[in-house]
Design a protein around this ligand. Structure first.
Ligand code: ADP
Ligand code: MG
Length: 283
């Protein structure tokens, strides 16, 4: 169980606001953080990682206290059992893939684990390559397993797949699912990509202005309906024309006659039950 109760002043463009969060996550769960830019998602990850200290708070991870401001406990980042992947996945350009991984290994002995991790992401043939000879998706795989060489309990991912094209993204989603299962990790991932959240996350925290405004499964948080005999598609409104609303769903455009105050870019669900189609705005 991961218990998080923190308060931290945030310096925003429009003045100060506070990050205030009090929540519990199951060990080995996969949580998605969803919310607009500036909501405090990265700050939360950095507080968990020990890179930013909140004014007040407690963080307890599987019975171990990482932070307790009342008792002046604040484990430094390297004593917290975490792996962290930022969006830009900063690999050392002058080192090969293997050297990058070795560098992250505390005792620099467990080469077997490195090979096993390389294999887990199908990168065993790239061990001697330098990062600038790899594709974005391959670099991201290396960054992911580099975050795992210390066998962390928790993996923090800050929009790790957002720079990748669809095929790479799908590929890496598989890798993440597999690593999550095999290594029993607790994963917290920032993502704006609803299908990805739906696929990967067992739990979603929706964050706005430094607060958790909703918490639950993707279905609960985004209000997707689940019922037998129906399918629900996720889409985005492309245009609102007299003949109907054009919605982009999985690279296809579907035209639906649906009255409503739709805006281009609205994320919507299309629910199809028997022959009835209904369009519903997300959030
Ligand atoms: P998000 O990742 O959700 O886009 P961030 O956590 O990066 O949001 O930032 C939330 C707000 O907190 C921003 O307005 C940012 O300027 C501010 N902020 C970022 N780091 C700190 C810090 N160390 N101390 C105080 N405020 C910060
Ligand atoms: Mg961020």
């Amino acid at each position: 169980m991961i218990k998080i109760n923190i308060q931290k002043k945030l310096h925003m463009a429009g003045g100060d606001t506070a990050l205030r969060m009090n929540t519990e996550l199951e060990a080995n769960s996969f949580t998605a953080l969803y919310g607009p830019s500036g909501a405090g998602k990265t700050t939360l990850l950095k507080i968990l990682a020990g890179l930013i200290q909140p004014e007040h708070g407690r963080i307890e991870v599987n019975g171990q206290t990482w932070l307790d401001t009342e008792r002046s406990i604040n484990l430094p980042a390297q004593k917290r059992s975490i792996g962290f992947v930022f969006q830009d996945f900063a690999l050392f350009p002058n080192m090969t893939v293997m050297e990058n991984l070795r560098y992250a290994l505390p005792d620099r002995k467990d080469e077997r684990l490195l090979l096993q991790l390389l294999e887990a992401v199908s990168m065993q043939n790239f061990a001697q390559r330098k990062p600038d000879t790899l594709s974005g998706g391959q670099k991201q795989r290396v960054a992911l397993i580099r975050a795992l060489v210390r066998k962390p309990q928790m993996l923090l991912l800050d929009e790790p797949l957002s720079a990748l094209d669809n095929e790479m993204r799908t590929n890496l989603q598989d890798v993440l699912q597999q690593l999550h299962r095999e290594y029993g990790l607790t994963i917290i991932m920032v993502s704006h990509h609803l299908p990805e959240i739906y696929l990967l996350a067992s739990h979603v925290l929706q964050i706005q202005h430094g607060q958790i405004v909703k918490s639950g499964t993707a279905g609960e948080v985004f209000g997707w309906e689940q019922s037998v005999n129906s399918i629900t598609l996720l889409g985005e409104i492309l245009s609102v024309d007299p003949q109907g609303v054009k919605v982009l769903v999985n690279n296809q455009v579907i035209i639906i006659a649906a009255a409503g105050n739709w805006q281009i870019g609205d994320k919507v669900t299309i629910a199809c039950q028997a022959a009835d189609l209904t369009l519903k705005k997300l959030l």
